[in-house]
Write a new protein. Structure first.
Length: 262
């Protein structure tokens, strides 16, 4: 469901009703006369739809985390806010960039339209920038020939599965974040899809190496062995970017989750 399109159509429809009433029918009503039902239940919602549409399209948009691919940074059930203008101003619905601002940086947590099915929104961490060579072999990440620092940081307890996973602090060129790596999981990437620029990636039993094309990004989940990401379905084009996640504003299961994250 394209919620942005639905909200846009509701804004246009109620705005039309508001204008017709304001400039045509209101002048014909008797002073103190009751508004017709289509004004009371239609045009009266126009300011609300307009404000929500503007905020959601150009400032911030709420999302709910549906899966565990970004554990431990983001948990299932986290409600997050996404900054819509960090990476440029885009026209709503068609998502076309009209004003260039900043570009994603390595380590950013980004919401984007899934390249395989753009009707779906995904959230991952930016690992590779345009032109980067990203290599992930035997569970170690290397970017442009430099191996990223990975320091042990205890264990993470999955409270639903009652399962402990080794937790690490990874340094992506100055941006530190937590990551989970299961030592018993195989290092190779299973079920790789056929994606655009697939020839820029090479896979073997130890992992893969990819050259990120221009205007594209390589995304990975922080839950490294439980994430379907660019390793499987390829690069994310700049035109698919939605915004940068920056705040957890609610979690029904754990109020302590409220706050910023890395």
């Amino acid at each position: 469901m394209n919620f942005a399109l639905i909200l846009f159509l509701l804004t246009v429809a109620t705005g039309f009703l508001w204008m017709v009433d304001r400039y045509v029918f209101r002048k014909k009503r008797q002073p103190g006369g009751k508004d017709p039902w289509w004004v009371e239940y239609g045009a009266s919602f126009f300011p609300v739809f307009l404000i929500v549409f503007g905020l959601r399209s150009f400032l911030v948009e709420p999302f709910k985390i549906p899966s565990g691919s970004m554990i431990p940074t983001l948990l299932v059930g986290d409600f997050i806010l996404v900054n819509k203008y960090t990476y440029g101003i885009r026209l709503p619905v068609i998502n076309k960039k009209v004003i260039e601002l900043n570009s994603p940086q390595r380590g950013d947590v980004v919401v984007f339209r899934y390249p395989v099915d753009p009707s779906l929104d995904y959230i991952k961490r930016v690992v590779g920038l345009p032109g980067d060579t990203v290599e992930y072999r035997n569970k170690r990440l290397t970017i442009n020939g430099q191996t990223m620092s990975m320091q042990p940081d205890g264990e993470f307890l999955d409270k639903e599965k009652l399962y402990y996973t080794p937790r690490f602090i990874e340094n992506l060129g100055g941006v530190e974040h937590q990551a989970l790596i299961e030592p018993d999981a195989p290092p190779y990437v299973p079920h790789v899809l056929s994606f655009p620029q697939r020839e820029d990636c090479h896979y073997n039993a130890e992992g893969f190496v990819c050259k990120v094309p221009a205007d594209h990004y390589f995304m990975m989940g922080d839950n490294r062995d439980n994430s379907q990401d660019s390793r499987v379905w390829g690069f994310v084009p700049d035109e698919n970017l939605v915004g940068k996640a920056f705040f957890i504003w609610f979690n029904f299961s754990d109020w302590k989750r409220i706050g910023s994250f890395k």
